[in-house]
Write a protein that binds this ligand. Structure first.
Ligand SMILES: O=C(O)Cc1cc(O)ccc1O
Ligand SMILES: [Fe+2]
Length: 472
C-alpha cells in the first residue's frame, strides 16, 4: 500500500500532473481568455513570462509560465554580492577560488549534523558535483540543514539550475511565486531555475540533500516494455495553486544564487504577488510512497534503473546527467538468486543517501540516515562482507526489504568531484569504509579436484550447452 505516515496534515491544495499545462487563479477572472498579452490585464496586473527553456525549444521540451502579478519581478534595486562562508559553490568555474577533488576512492559520510543557527539560504553546502553552472553543464550535490525560517521579508532563487530537494528530516513550508507547497517526510520537491521562494520550518529543524541540475529539466523515465503506467505516475506530481500577498510598503531582500555565488537586492514590495498564472514551468512535489515499484518475480537482480523516479537526460538518450533513483519498500521473491546488488564497477557515478531505515546492500551500520556515499566512475563496490555472507546462505523465501526504509541514488554519467568541505571540513568522511566493507571478503574459490584447467584453450566441449537451472 502506498502509505506515508504524515504527522503534519496537508494544508494546501494542488494541481495534479507532470509537465501539464496548468492554469490557476487566486481571483477568478485574473487570467486573459483566448490571448496571452492583452493591452490591459485584469485588475491592473502586470503580465510576465518566465521561460524554462529557450524560446525556440521544440514543443515537447518547451517550458514557460505566464505570471499575472501586482509588480514585475524586475522592480528591485541592483544586486550586490553577499558573500558568506558557505557560498562558493562553483568549483568548475575558472574564476572559482577552489577546485573539485577528483578521487577514485569509495567514499562514505557519517550523518551530516543539523545546524539550527541558519535559514534555508545559508544552509546550502556543496558536497560534490560536476561541471559549471555558467555554461549550463553538470550538476551540484548539496547537503542542507537549517533551524530557522527565512525572514518573512525575503525570497531566494537560483539562476544556476533546478533544485531537486530530498528531505531527510523535518518539513518545509515553501511559499513560491506560483503558490505554496508543504514538503513532508518522504516527499521530494523540485523548484525550477529562477522561481522565487521562501522556506519556513513548521516542524523544527530540517536536513536533506539537493541535486541542482545545471542543464535541462527532470522528466519521467520512459517505461518501455513496462507499458503505460507504474513507477512514478504522472498524476501523483503536485503543483501549487496561485496564492498571493499584497504588501507594497515593506522592504524585502531578494537573494540570488548566480554562478555559485550569493547576491542580494532590495525591493519595496513582496515577491509573492502573483495573482494568477498559466504554464508548464512550475515547482512540484511528489510523495515517494506513491512510487509503484516494479521488480523481478522470477530470478536474478535487475538494474536499479527500474527504480528511477525522475531523470535528466544528456544529449545521448539513455545516458543521464542525473537519474533520481529510490530503493523503496518491496518484496524480494527471486529464486536461486543472490538478492542484494551484485558487485560492480559502473561507468556512471553513484551518490547515495538514506532518508530513513536501513539499506539492504549495506547492513554493517556504516550507511546511516542523513549520511551519504559516493561510488565514482569505475569505483568498485557492492554488498559489504556481512551482507554477502548472509545473502548467500539465506533461505530464499519471499521477504520484504526496506519495510521502513528509503534509500536513494543520484546517478550521473559525469565524474563527480568532491569539494573541500565535503572531503575535509565537514569532518564526516569515514576512514574505514573499505576496511569495513570489502577488505574482509575472503576468497571462496575451490578448484574442483581432478579438473583440467584450460586457461583459454578449448577442450573439445565447445557448443555443449547445459540446461538452464530450474528451481521449482
Ligand atoms: O550500489 C548500489 O548500492 C546501488 C545499486 C543497487 C542495485 O540494486 C544495483 C546496482 C546499484 O548500483
Ligand atoms: Fe552501485
Amino acid at each position: 500500500m502506498p502509505v506515508t505516515d504524515f504527522k503534519l496534515p496537508e494544508k494546501y491544495q494542488y494541481l495534479n500532473g507532470f509537465n501539464s499545462y496548468h492554469e490557476s487563479e487566486a481571483i477568478p477572472g485574473a487570467l486573459p481568455v483566448g490571448q496571452i498579452n492583452p493591452q490591459k490585464c485584469a485588475y491592473g496586473l502586470y503580465n510576465e513570462k518566465l521561460s524554462g527553456t529557450a524560446f525556440t525549444a521544440p514543443r515537447h521540451e518547451n517550458q514557460q509560465t505566464w505570471l499575472h502579478r501586482i509588480l514585475p519581478a524586475s522592480a528591485h534595486e541592483p544586486f550586490e554580492p553577499r558573500e558568506t562562508a558557505t557560498f562558493d559553490t562553483n568549483p568548475g568555474s575558472i574564476h572559482g577560488t577552489h577546485k573539485w577533488h577528483q578521487i577514485p576512492n569509495q567514499l562514505r559520510w557519517d550523518p551530516f549534523d543539523i545546524d539550527e543557527s541558519v535559514d534555508w539560504v545559508h544552509s546550502l553546502r556543496l558536497v560534490a558535483g560536476a561541471g559549471d553552472p555558467t555554461v549550463k553543464s553538470g550538476l551540484g550535490i548539496f547537503i542542507f540543514s537549517a533551524g530557522k525560517d527565512m525572514d518573512p521579508h525575503s525570497a531566494f532563487y537560483s539562476a544556476d539550475g533546478d533544485f531537486l530537494i530530498v528531505l531527510q528530516h523535518g518539513a518545509l513550508d515553501i511559499q513560491t511565486e506560483l503558490g505554496k507547497i508543504l514538503v513532508r517526510p518522504n516527499e521530494i520537491c523540485v523548484i525550477p531555475r529562477g522561481i522565487r521562494y521562501r522556506v519556513s520550518l513548521p516542524d523544527g529543524p530540517v536536513r536533506g540533500y539537493i541535486l541542482e541540475l545545471y542543464q535541462g529539466h527532470f522528466t519521467l523515465p520512459e517505461l518501455g516494455p513496462i507499458g503505460s503506467h507504474c513507477l512514478a505516475n504522472t498524476r501523483d506530481f503536485q503543483a501549487p495553486i496561485a496564492a498571493f500577498d499584497e504588501d507594497t510598503s515593506n522592504t524585502y531582500t531578494l537573494f540570488a544564487k548566480f554562478a555559485g555565488h550569493l547576491f542580494a537586492a532590495q525591493q519595496t514590495h513582496t515577491p509573492f504577488d502573483v495573482v494568477a498564472w498559466h504554464g508548464n514551468y512550475y515547482p512540484y512535489k511528489y510523495d515517494l510512497a506513491r512510487f509503484a515499484t516494479i521488480g523481478s518475480i522470477a530470478f536474478d537482480h535487475p538494474d536499479p534503473s527500474i527504480f528511477t523516479v525522475l531523470t535528466a537526460q544528456s544529449d545521448h538518450p539513455g545516458t543521464a546527467i542525473a537519474d533520481f533513483v529510490i530503493f523503496p519498500p518491496r518484496w524480494l521473491v527471486q529464486e536461486g538468486t543472490f538478492r542484494p546488488p551484485w558487485y560492480h564497477r559502473n561507468t556512471m557515478s553513484e551518490f547515495m543517501g538514506l532518508i530513513h531505515g536501513e539499506y539492504d546492500a549495506k547492513t554493517g551500520g556504516g550507511f546511516q540516515p542523513a549520511g551519504a556515499s559516493l561510488h565514482n566512475v569505475m569505483s568498485a563496490h557492492g554488498p559489504d562482507a556481512g551482507t554477502h555472507a548472509k545473502a548467500s546462505e539465506a533461505e530464499l523465501k519471499p521477504m520484504k526489504v526496506g519495510e521502513k526504509s528509503m534509500a536513494f541514488m543520484f546517478e550521473s554519467a559525469l565524474m563527480v568531484g568532491v569539494t573541500e568541505w565535503g572531503l575535509t571540513k565537514c569532518a564526516k568522511v569515514q576512514k574505514g569504509y573499505n576496511a569495513e566493507s570489502w577488505v574482509p571478503l575472503k576468497p571462496r574459490f575451490k578448484r574442483p579436484e581432478g579438473t583440467q584447467v584450460m586457461n583459454g584453450s578449448a577442450n573439445g566441449k565447445l557448443g555443449d550447452k547445459s540446461q538452464a537451472p530450474h528451481w521449482t
